[in-house]
Ligand binder design. Structure first.
Ligand SMILES: [Ca+2]
Ligand SMILES: [Ca+2]
Length: 91
């Protein structure tokens, strides 16, 4: 048997020019008022007291930088709790 994986042509699917904003970013804040207050305070760029998808995205990225203590790119439940406590105490 011969593997021909490298020879397969590209599929007919159109390339996506951009990714849609992840709803997950907003859910993080809708679920937790501590994080929502923090996000609105620092990332509500247009000051309408609503966290639009782009603002939620920026806030989620900032939160991940704060929370991901071991820098593996993932926020575990423990890291999430510690970051939430940190934000609650400091902001
Ligand atoms: Ca806003
Ligand atoms: Ca981590």
């Amino acid at each position: 048997m011969v593997a021909l994986a490298a020879a397969s042509p590209l599929g007919a699917q159109p390339a996506k020019s951009q990714l849609p904003p992840t709803p997950a970013a907003q859910q993080i804040f809708e679920r937790d008022w501590v994080l929502m207050n923090w996000a609105l305070k620092y990332y509500d760029a247009d000051r309408d007291v609503l966290l639009e998808p782009n603002e939620a995205q920026a806030a989620a990225e900032a939160f991940r930088r704060i929370a991901d203590a071991d820098g593996d790119g993932r926020v575990t439940t423990l890291e999430y709790r510690q970051a939430r406590a940190f934000i609650l105490a400091r902001y």
